[in-house]
Structure formats: C-alpha cells, structure tokens
Design a binder for this molecule. Structure first.
Ligand code: KPL
Length: 311
C-alpha cells in the first residue's frame, strides 16, 4: 500500500518505519532537515524494532503521492494548516489522525472541508494511541516500548467502517497492538486524562515518563489526573479515579524511557499541545464551574516555559 505520513516527527517517523518494515511503500512528509537525513542515510530506529529503514522523505506534500492512505501525525495546533494543505493537494483519501487532546476530529474535518473535501467524515478516522517515540536527532527515533492503538468500532458506521477496518488491518500487519472500542469518546477522555498528568509534569521537570512511577512526581501528576477526571465526569464520561490511576501507571511503565511529546517540544523550543490538553480541560471545567487550581498552574508554567528564550 502507498502510505503518506504527513507531519513526520517522532511518532510519524516510527509509524512510517513499522509500515515500511511490513512491506508498504511509505513516504514521510516533514521538516527539511530530518527529511534530508532520511533521504541520505535512511530512518534510524533504535530500541524496539531497531533498524535502518529506507523510506521516501520530502517536505513537499505534492511530491509525496500517490497515497492509498494518509497518516496525519502533525501536532494538534498544526491540524488546521496541514488539513487544508492535505485537502488541497490530495483527493479524498482514508486519513488517520493520531493527535493528543480534545477537539482533534472537528478541527481536521473543518480544515478538510474548507479545502474542498465533501463529507470528509467518511474518510477521516481518529486513533487514540500510546506509542512511545522519542526523536534523537534528524532522521533518528528511539522506540521505547510498543504501546496500544485504539480505533472506533467499525460496526454500524457505513462507509467509514470500511476505512476504520482498513487502518486496523494496516496497523496490525505492521505489529501494532490494535483494538476497536464501542465507547471511543470515552477512550479519548481516558487518554486525555493521562496526558494531562504525564505531559506537563515530565515537561516541567525535564524527566522521562518512568520517573512519574513513584514519589513526589507521581503525587504531582496524580493531582492533575484527578482534576481532569472531575472534568471528564462533568462531561458525562464517568471514569473512576482508580481506573484513571491504573491507566496512568500502565502508560508510565510501558513508556518509562520515553520523553513525553510535551517535553520533546520544550526541548526543541517548539509550541506544545498545552492548549489541546490542559487548555481544553480548563475551558470545559470553567463551563461546568469546576475549579482546577493544579491544572491552571501547570498550564501557566508550560506556557511560560514555551515562551522563554532557549538556552
Ligand atoms: O501520549 C504520550 C505523549 O508523550 O504525548 C505518551 C503516551 C504519554 C507517551 O509519552
């Protein structure tokens, strides 16, 4: 299958490597420097499924086709621009969204609609995943663990059901652990709650996920987790605190060596997904009249850190 990965940072590159290893023709689309490195030396993966993978790599989406499927792995704040670029460049194509946070699908659908796709909802599928990938240099990614991919159940979803199954088979065939969920919106919340705890604490303390397994950093993270659980509950997603903590502990341990995406963004002086994770939780919490002091402080600290000059 021809696979185009649009937004090939750490996660996108790793998805691309695994799909190429499974025999697909993969083209990464990303920033010029890493794409040049991939063209010249191949994509280097260390850790799980280590190897050097020969993939197409370009910064120009128009030269990346043809695509049977697109995996859109840009950060949440890039969805609008990248969705429009995708919509203008390719005819409607099955597209998988892998972003963290809330409001991901509506943003992507609006962008694709604005760029001329009719009924983008038939083509676009969101995945919730915990695949750990750390960028360790241009064209080099460390995979520390496997992680799960959750897709919405294809049953009763008409044309979109076929697209969901196609992605499920594609990813399973590349060695990902994939499961379908009948309660996908709840899965989105379960993951957001975990991201609201892991990402800011790892980013502010500059530590890999595994350091949140015990002690004061775990306490700090669990404080954020509980606030996010309260907001999920107010939105109609009753996630017991025990379940959220079990999710947190499982992801912290299965991604122990990973640097969270928010930490990697701060490391590189790039924008973070603070708005899509903590900002959304704060906004929804405010609508429900829920005070979220820890989340407010963490969001402020991340924004300050992101705005501070590097060095
Ligand atoms: O989603 C992640 C992220 O870093 O954004 C986890 C699963 C926490 C892996 O680090």
């Amino acid at each position: 299958m021809n696979v185009v990965v649009l937004g090939a940072g750490a996660v996108g590159s790793l998805f691309g490597a695994r799909l190429a290893a499974a025999g697909h023709r993969v083209t990464l689309v990303g920033r010029p420097e890493p794409m040049r490195a991939v063209r010249e030396r191949g994509l280097l993966v260390t850790g799980d499924g280590a190897g050097t993978f020969r993939l197409g790599a370009t910064s120009d989406l128009a030269s990346a086709g043809p695509a049977d499927v697109v995996i859109l792995t840009v950060k949440t704040f890039d969805l609008d621009a990248s969705g429009k670029m995708l919509g203008r460049t390719f005819a409607p194509t099955p597209t998988l969204l892998t972003q963290n946070g809330l409001g991901v699908e509506p943003r992507a659908l609006d962008a694709l609609r604005a760029a001329g796709w009719t009924r983008p909802v038939d083509w676009v599928v969101r995945a919730v995943h915990s695949v750990p990938a750390t960028s360790v240099g241009p064209g080099a990614v460390r995979a520390s663990g496997t992680g799960d991919v959750i897709l919405p159940s294809p049953v009763g979803r008409g044309a979109r059901g076929g697209v969901i199954e196609r992605f499920g088979e594609l990813l399973r065939g590349a060695g990902f652990s994939v499961r379908y969920s009948d309660a996908f919106d709840r899965e989105i919340w379960r993951k957001v709650v975990v991201n609201a705890a892991i990402n800011p604490v790892t980013a502010l303390h500059g530590v890999p996920n595994g350091r949140l397994g015990s002690g004061s950093l775990r306490e700090e993270a669990v404080g954020l987790l509980r606030e996010a659980v309260a907001v999920a509950r107010a939105e109609g997603f009753a996630i017991p605190e025990e379940e959220a903590e079990a999710d947190f502990d499982r992801i912290v341990s299965s991604t122990a060596e990973n640097r969270s995406s928010m930490l990697q963004d701060l490391d590189r002086g790039r924008p973070t997904e603070v708005d899509a994770i903590l900002g959304e939780i704060l906004g929804i919490g405010a609508r429900h009249g829920i005070d979220l002091p820890r989340t407010r402080v963490a969001a402020l600290a991340i924004r300050r850190r992101a705005a501070a000059p590097q060095g």
